[in-house]
Design a protein around this ligand. Structure first.
Ligand code: PNS
Length: 163
């Protein structure tokens, strides 16, 4: 079975992420979407909230599972018996960081492969960071995120968690 891990912060998950998950699901037999637990990065949504969002939007994709992982991606991949990781690439600006990460992971484990999928043009400018900024400043992000995320962002804004 061809399996791949699709890791990320997903804070929050966007339509761009969903597009990459769907496309990866057609290439691999099984995709494990993996939410990184990163204590040093201050997140808007908790790991549990992000998992719930991902599970909700992936409900109709039969070969996708959602997990979270602490520590190194490499160790999570090993734990799941996976040697391929899928990452979406939006623009040249993503490339340097992604290249460094892919090379470092391969240096740490020579069997580790990173597969890049180019983002679809309509999502090439969508990022979680910008989504949060737009919401903070009172803009509408409903065309860039799944409905469950738009609703959750709205609730965070109303409760004052996004100022
Ligand atoms: O969505 P992001 O924030 O671009 O995802 C980055 C992520 C989570 C894939 C990356 O930070 C990661 O792999 N974190 C786990 C820790 C790790 O393995 N770091 C070394 C990578 S070389």
């Amino acid at each position: 079975m061809r399996m791949a891990l699709l890791p990320g912060s997903f804070d929050p998950v966007t339509n761009g992420h969903l597009d990459i998950i769907r496309r990866a699901g057609k290439i691999f037999d099984r995709i494990i979407v993996a939410v990184a637990i990163n204590d040093s990065k201050s997140a808007l949504f908790s790991i549990e909230e992000r998992k719930v969002h991902l599970e909700e939007i992936c409900r109709d994709i039969s070969n996708v599972e959602v997990i979270s992982f602490p520590g190194l991606l490499l160790h999570a991949a090993r734990d799941f018996g996976v040697t391929a990781v899928v990452r979406g690439l939006r623009a040249i600006s993503d490339f340097e960081y992604e290249f460094q990460m892919a090379m470092m992971n391969r240096e740490l484990d020579s069997s580790f492969e990173t597969v890049f999928l180019m983002s679809s043009p309509e999502y090439s400018f969508v990022s979680s960071r910008m989504i949060k900024q737009i919401v903070r400043l009172g803009g509408d992000v409903s065309t860039f995120v799944p409905p469950v995320v738009a609703k959750a962002l709205d609730e965070k804004k109303k409760s004052g968690e996004i100022e």
